[in-house]
Design a protein around this ligand. Structure first.
Ligand code: CP
Length: 326
Protein backbone atom coordinates (compact mmCIF):
# COMPACT_ATOMS: atom_id res chain seq x y z
CA UNK A 1 0.00 0.00 0.00
CA UNK A 2 1.23 3.49 -0.84
CA UNK A 3 2.06 5.71 2.15
CA UNK A 4 -0.71 8.08 3.16
CA UNK A 5 1.53 11.09 3.45
CA UNK A 6 0.80 12.29 -0.07
CA UNK A 7 -1.60 14.73 1.61
CA UNK A 8 1.36 16.84 2.59
CA UNK A 9 1.01 20.28 1.15
CA UNK A 10 4.05 19.73 -1.05
CA UNK A 11 2.52 16.63 -2.62
CA UNK A 12 -0.91 18.07 -3.31
CA UNK A 13 -1.36 19.09 -6.96
CA UNK A 14 -1.55 22.87 -7.32
CA UNK A 15 -5.20 22.92 -8.46
CA UNK A 16 -6.23 20.68 -5.56
CA UNK A 17 -4.24 22.62 -2.98
CA UNK A 18 -6.10 25.82 -3.85
CA UNK A 19 -9.45 24.13 -3.33
CA UNK A 20 -8.77 21.94 -0.28
CA UNK A 21 -5.73 22.96 1.74
CA UNK A 22 -6.73 25.47 4.41
CA UNK A 23 -10.04 26.12 2.62
CA UNK A 24 -13.68 26.03 3.69
CA UNK A 25 -15.93 23.40 2.14
CA UNK A 26 -19.27 25.17 1.73
CA UNK A 27 -20.70 24.00 -1.59
CA UNK A 28 -20.08 21.37 -4.22
CA UNK A 29 -19.64 24.23 -6.69
CA UNK A 30 -16.04 24.41 -5.38
CA UNK A 31 -15.25 20.95 -6.75
CA UNK A 32 -14.23 20.53 -10.35
CA UNK A 33 -13.64 17.13 -11.95
CA UNK A 34 -9.88 17.17 -11.26
CA UNK A 35 -10.41 17.72 -7.55
CA UNK A 36 -13.19 15.14 -7.44
CA UNK A 37 -10.84 12.63 -9.07
CA UNK A 38 -8.12 13.45 -6.54
CA UNK A 39 -10.59 13.03 -3.65
CA UNK A 40 -11.75 9.67 -5.00
CA UNK A 41 -8.20 8.36 -5.44
CA UNK A 42 -7.25 9.38 -1.89
CA UNK A 43 -10.52 7.92 -0.59
CA UNK A 44 -9.68 4.52 -2.04
CA UNK A 45 -6.38 4.72 -0.16
CA UNK A 46 -8.17 5.65 3.04
CA UNK A 47 -10.46 2.66 2.67
CA UNK A 48 -7.54 0.34 2.06
CA UNK A 49 -5.71 1.77 5.05
CA UNK A 50 -8.72 1.26 7.36
CA UNK A 51 -9.23 -2.28 6.09
CA UNK A 52 -5.56 -3.17 6.59
CA UNK A 53 -4.55 -1.29 9.72
CA UNK A 54 -7.59 0.56 11.10
CA UNK A 55 -5.89 3.83 11.94
CA UNK A 56 -3.11 6.18 10.87
CA UNK A 57 -1.60 9.27 12.45
CA UNK A 58 -2.10 11.68 9.58
CA UNK A 59 -4.04 14.14 11.77
CA UNK A 60 -1.96 13.67 14.92
CA UNK A 61 -1.78 17.00 16.70
CA UNK A 62 -4.86 18.37 14.91
CA UNK A 63 -8.24 19.01 16.52
CA UNK A 64 -11.63 19.12 14.80
CA UNK A 65 -14.72 20.74 16.36
CA UNK A 66 -18.16 19.46 15.41
CA UNK A 67 -21.14 21.66 16.17
CA UNK A 68 -24.53 20.44 15.05
CA UNK A 69 -27.61 22.67 15.46
CA UNK A 70 -29.72 19.93 13.84
CA UNK A 71 -29.87 16.18 14.58
CA UNK A 72 -27.47 13.83 12.83
CA UNK A 73 -26.33 10.23 13.09
CA UNK A 74 -24.25 9.55 9.97
CA UNK A 75 -22.60 12.89 9.26
CA UNK A 76 -21.60 13.54 12.86
CA UNK A 77 -20.44 10.03 13.70
CA UNK A 78 -18.63 9.46 10.39
CA UNK A 79 -16.80 12.79 10.71
CA UNK A 80 -15.81 11.96 14.29
CA UNK A 81 -14.72 8.44 13.30
CA UNK A 82 -12.80 9.89 10.35
CA UNK A 83 -10.88 12.26 12.63
CA UNK A 84 -10.16 9.55 15.18
CA UNK A 85 -9.09 7.02 12.53
CA UNK A 86 -6.49 9.56 11.43
CA UNK A 87 -5.29 10.22 14.97
CA UNK A 88 -6.86 13.66 15.46
CA UNK A 89 -8.65 15.04 18.49
CA UNK A 90 -12.33 16.00 18.59
CA UNK A 91 -14.63 18.57 20.21
CA UNK A 92 -18.03 16.95 19.70
CA UNK A 93 -21.01 19.30 20.21
CA UNK A 94 -23.27 16.96 18.32
CA UNK A 95 -25.98 15.89 20.71
CA UNK A 96 -27.85 19.17 20.65
CA UNK A 97 -26.61 22.72 21.06
CA UNK A 98 -29.02 23.05 24.02
CA UNK A 99 -26.07 21.95 26.12
CA UNK A 100 -23.77 24.59 24.63
CA UNK A 101 -23.81 28.35 25.16
CA UNK A 102 -25.96 28.66 22.03
CA UNK A 103 -28.87 28.06 24.44
CA UNK A 104 -27.79 31.21 26.32
CA UNK A 105 -28.11 33.25 23.15
CA UNK A 106 -24.56 33.13 21.76
CA UNK A 107 -24.47 34.05 18.07
CA UNK A 108 -23.23 31.69 15.38
CA UNK A 109 -20.38 34.13 14.68
CA UNK A 110 -19.23 34.24 18.31
CA UNK A 111 -19.48 30.48 18.57
CA UNK A 112 -17.11 30.20 15.59
CA UNK A 113 -14.74 32.81 17.05
CA UNK A 114 -14.52 30.74 20.21
CA UNK A 115 -14.22 27.27 18.64
CA UNK A 116 -11.35 28.49 16.44
CA UNK A 117 -9.38 29.08 19.66
CA UNK A 118 -9.37 25.30 20.23
CA UNK A 119 -9.78 23.63 16.86
CA UNK A 120 -8.01 23.53 13.47
CA UNK A 121 -11.25 22.93 11.57
CA UNK A 122 -14.96 23.39 12.40
CA UNK A 123 -17.66 21.13 11.00
CA UNK A 124 -21.08 22.78 11.17
CA UNK A 125 -24.66 21.65 10.63
CA UNK A 126 -27.31 24.36 10.84
CA UNK A 127 -31.00 24.69 9.89
CA UNK A 128 -30.56 27.91 7.89
CA UNK A 129 -29.45 28.16 4.26
CA UNK A 130 -26.21 30.15 4.14
CA UNK A 131 -25.26 29.51 7.78
CA UNK A 132 -22.04 27.75 6.81
CA UNK A 133 -21.04 30.74 4.67
CA UNK A 134 -21.73 33.09 7.60
CA UNK A 135 -19.73 30.85 9.90
CA UNK A 136 -16.82 30.73 7.47
CA UNK A 137 -16.79 34.52 7.25
CA UNK A 138 -16.49 34.70 11.05
CA UNK A 139 -13.93 31.91 11.54
CA UNK A 140 -10.20 32.01 10.85
CA UNK A 141 -9.99 28.21 10.53
CA UNK A 142 -11.64 26.18 7.75
CA UNK A 143 -15.38 25.53 8.10
CA UNK A 144 -16.97 22.45 6.56
CA UNK A 145 -20.68 22.59 5.76
CA UNK A 146 -22.33 19.44 7.16
CA UNK A 147 -25.75 20.58 5.91
CA UNK A 148 -27.32 24.07 5.92
CA UNK A 149 -31.10 23.69 6.05
CA UNK A 150 -32.51 22.82 2.64
CA UNK A 151 -29.40 24.34 1.02
CA UNK A 152 -26.42 22.05 0.49
CA UNK A 153 -24.69 19.01 1.97
CA UNK A 154 -21.45 18.93 -0.02
CA UNK A 155 -19.65 16.12 1.81
CA UNK A 156 -22.73 13.90 1.39
CA UNK A 157 -22.77 14.60 -2.35
CA UNK A 158 -19.10 13.66 -2.64
CA UNK A 159 -19.68 10.38 -0.82
CA UNK A 160 -22.76 9.76 -2.98
CA UNK A 161 -20.79 10.30 -6.16
CA UNK A 162 -17.91 8.18 -4.84
CA UNK A 163 -20.40 5.38 -4.13
CA UNK A 164 -21.88 5.59 -7.63
CA UNK A 165 -18.42 5.36 -9.21
CA UNK A 166 -17.32 2.64 -6.82
CA UNK A 167 -20.39 0.48 -7.42
CA UNK A 168 -20.94 1.04 -11.13
CA UNK A 169 -17.38 1.76 -12.25
CA UNK A 170 -18.19 5.05 -13.99
CA UNK A 171 -20.28 8.22 -13.86
CA UNK A 172 -20.46 9.32 -17.50
CA UNK A 173 -23.24 7.60 -19.41
CA UNK A 174 -25.39 6.83 -16.37
CA UNK A 175 -29.09 7.56 -15.95
CA UNK A 176 -29.78 8.77 -12.41
CA UNK A 177 -33.26 9.15 -10.90
CA UNK A 178 -33.81 11.13 -7.71
CA UNK A 179 -37.03 10.33 -5.91
CA UNK A 180 -39.04 11.96 -3.14
CA UNK A 181 -38.46 15.33 -1.50
CA UNK A 182 -36.54 17.17 -4.18
CA UNK A 183 -37.68 20.54 -2.86
CA UNK A 184 -36.16 20.40 0.62
CA UNK A 185 -33.65 17.56 0.19
CA UNK A 186 -30.24 19.23 0.39
CA UNK A 187 -28.48 16.02 -0.59
CA UNK A 188 -30.41 16.07 -3.87
CA UNK A 189 -29.45 19.69 -4.49
CA UNK A 190 -25.75 19.04 -3.94
CA UNK A 191 -25.64 15.75 -5.86
CA UNK A 192 -27.49 17.31 -8.80
CA UNK A 193 -24.90 20.12 -8.94
CA UNK A 194 -22.05 17.61 -8.92
CA UNK A 195 -23.63 15.39 -11.56
CA UNK A 196 -24.14 18.38 -13.85
CA UNK A 197 -20.39 18.24 -14.54
CA UNK A 198 -20.77 14.78 -16.10
CA UNK A 199 -22.44 13.27 -19.15
CA UNK A 200 -25.48 11.91 -17.31
CA UNK A 201 -29.24 11.77 -17.79
CA UNK A 202 -31.30 12.98 -14.82
CA UNK A 203 -34.83 11.93 -13.90
CA UNK A 204 -36.60 13.78 -11.07
CA UNK A 205 -39.50 11.90 -9.47
CA UNK A 206 -41.61 13.76 -6.92
CA UNK A 207 -45.11 14.85 -5.98
CA UNK A 208 -46.01 18.26 -7.42
CA UNK A 209 -45.35 20.16 -4.18
CA UNK A 210 -41.88 18.61 -3.76
CA UNK A 211 -40.46 19.30 -7.22
CA UNK A 212 -36.85 20.38 -7.62
CA UNK A 213 -36.49 24.16 -7.00
CA UNK A 214 -36.92 26.07 -10.25
CA UNK A 215 -33.55 27.83 -10.07
CA UNK A 216 -31.75 24.48 -9.81
CA UNK A 217 -33.85 22.96 -12.60
CA UNK A 218 -32.93 25.94 -14.79
CA UNK A 219 -29.25 25.31 -14.06
CA UNK A 220 -29.69 21.67 -15.11
CA UNK A 221 -31.38 22.77 -18.34
CA UNK A 222 -28.69 25.42 -19.01
CA UNK A 223 -26.05 22.69 -18.59
CA UNK A 224 -27.80 20.85 -21.47
CA UNK A 225 -28.44 17.76 -19.34
CA UNK A 226 -31.05 15.31 -20.65
CA UNK A 227 -33.67 15.79 -17.92
CA UNK A 228 -37.27 14.74 -17.31
CA UNK A 229 -39.70 15.05 -14.41
CA UNK A 230 -42.45 12.64 -13.40
CA UNK A 231 -44.61 11.80 -10.38
CA UNK A 232 -44.28 8.06 -10.88
CA UNK A 233 -41.34 5.76 -10.02
CA UNK A 234 -42.77 3.18 -12.44
CA UNK A 235 -41.95 5.60 -15.30
CA UNK A 236 -38.20 5.31 -14.60
CA UNK A 237 -37.49 2.16 -12.59
CA UNK A 238 -36.81 -0.13 -15.55
CA UNK A 239 -33.91 1.76 -17.11
CA UNK A 240 -32.13 3.79 -14.43
CA UNK A 241 -28.63 2.95 -13.21
CA UNK A 242 -29.04 4.85 -9.95
CA UNK A 243 -32.27 5.24 -8.00
CA UNK A 244 -31.61 7.85 -5.31
CA UNK A 245 -34.44 7.68 -2.76
CA UNK A 246 -35.03 10.42 -0.18
CA UNK A 247 -37.10 11.01 2.94
CA UNK A 248 -39.83 13.67 2.96
CA UNK A 249 -38.28 16.31 5.24
CA UNK A 250 -41.01 16.78 7.84
CA UNK A 251 -38.97 19.40 9.73
CA UNK A 252 -39.05 21.80 6.75
CA UNK A 253 -42.87 21.93 6.45
CA UNK A 254 -44.85 24.77 8.04
CA UNK A 255 -48.17 23.06 7.18
CA UNK A 256 -48.32 19.60 8.77
CA UNK A 257 -51.35 18.63 6.64
CA UNK A 258 -49.30 19.25 3.53
CA UNK A 259 -46.62 16.94 4.94
CA UNK A 260 -49.20 14.26 5.73
CA UNK A 261 -50.46 14.43 2.14
CA UNK A 262 -47.08 13.43 0.68
CA UNK A 263 -45.23 11.54 3.42
CA UNK A 264 -46.12 8.08 2.10
CA UNK A 265 -46.11 9.00 -1.59
CA UNK A 266 -43.37 6.51 -2.49
CA UNK A 267 -42.54 3.10 -1.08
CA UNK A 268 -39.85 1.10 -2.87
CA UNK A 269 -40.37 -2.61 -2.35
CA UNK A 270 -39.81 -6.00 -4.02
CA UNK A 271 -42.50 -5.44 -6.65
CA UNK A 272 -40.85 -2.31 -8.05
CA UNK A 273 -37.35 -3.75 -7.66
CA UNK A 274 -38.39 -6.70 -9.83
CA UNK A 275 -38.65 -4.21 -12.71
CA UNK A 276 -35.24 -2.63 -12.12
CA UNK A 277 -32.10 -3.51 -14.08
CA UNK A 278 -29.90 -6.30 -12.78
CA UNK A 279 -26.93 -3.96 -12.58
CA UNK A 280 -28.02 -0.78 -10.83
CA UNK A 281 -27.87 0.69 -7.36
CA UNK A 282 -30.50 2.03 -4.98
CA UNK A 283 -29.14 4.78 -2.74
CA UNK A 284 -30.53 6.79 0.17
CA UNK A 285 -28.72 9.38 2.31
CA UNK A 286 -30.70 8.02 5.29
CA UNK A 287 -32.50 8.08 7.63
CA UNK A 288 -35.33 6.27 5.85
CA UNK A 289 -38.79 6.62 7.32
CA UNK A 290 -40.87 4.20 5.26
CA UNK A 291 -39.93 5.03 1.66
CA UNK A 292 -37.80 1.87 1.37
CA UNK A 293 -39.28 -1.45 2.44
CA UNK A 294 -36.86 -3.44 4.63
CA UNK A 295 -37.82 -6.47 2.51
CA UNK A 296 -35.27 -5.30 -0.10
CA UNK A 297 -32.39 -4.77 2.34
CA UNK A 298 -30.67 -7.98 1.24
CA UNK A 299 -30.97 -7.17 -2.47
CA UNK A 300 -27.37 -6.69 -3.69
CA UNK A 301 -28.51 -3.53 -5.45
CA UNK A 302 -29.43 -1.94 -2.10
CA UNK A 303 -26.44 0.29 -1.49
CA UNK A 304 -27.42 2.65 1.32
CA UNK A 305 -25.38 1.07 4.12
CA UNK A 306 -22.29 0.81 1.91
CA UNK A 307 -22.95 4.44 1.00
CA UNK A 308 -23.01 5.38 4.70
CA UNK A 309 -19.71 3.59 5.26
CA UNK A 310 -18.13 5.41 2.34
CA UNK A 311 -19.01 8.62 4.18
CA UNK A 312 -16.25 7.97 6.68
CA UNK A 313 -13.61 7.31 4.01
CA UNK A 314 -14.54 10.41 2.00
CA UNK A 315 -14.55 12.57 5.14
CA UNK A 316 -11.13 11.22 6.11
CA UNK A 317 -9.90 12.45 2.75
CA UNK A 318 -11.54 15.84 3.10
CA UNK A 319 -10.28 16.46 6.64
CA UNK A 320 -6.75 15.45 5.67
CA UNK A 321 -6.93 17.56 2.54
CA UNK A 322 -8.24 20.64 4.34
CA UNK A 323 -5.78 20.34 7.22
CA UNK A 324 -2.78 19.24 5.17
CA UNK A 325 0.50 18.59 6.98
CA UNK A 326 3.57 20.72 7.03
N1 CP B 1 -27.16 11.58 5.47
C1 CP B 1 -27.19 12.37 6.56
O1 CP B 1 -26.91 13.60 6.51
O2 CP B 1 -27.55 11.72 7.70
P1 CP B 1 -27.57 12.38 9.15
O3 CP B 1 -28.66 13.42 9.14
O4 CP B 1 -27.84 11.26 10.10
O5 CP B 1 -26.24 13.04 9.38
Amino acid sequence: MKPLFNFEEANMPEEVRGILYGQDILSVSQFNKDVIEYVFTRTLEMREMVQKQGTADLLKGKVAAFIFYEPSTRTSSSFIAATQRLGGGIIPITSGVSFSSVSKGETLEDTMRVLQQYADVIVLRHPQIGAAKRAAAAANVPVINAGDGPGEHPTQALLDLFTIRDELGKIDGLKVAMVGDLRYGRTVHSLTRLLMQYDVKLRFVSPEILRLPLNLMNQVIDAKIDVRETHNIADVIDDVDVLYMTRVQKERFTDIEQYESVKDYYVLGPELMAKAKEKMIVMHPLPRVGEIDEAIDDDPRSGWFRQAQNGMFVRMTLLAGVLGRA
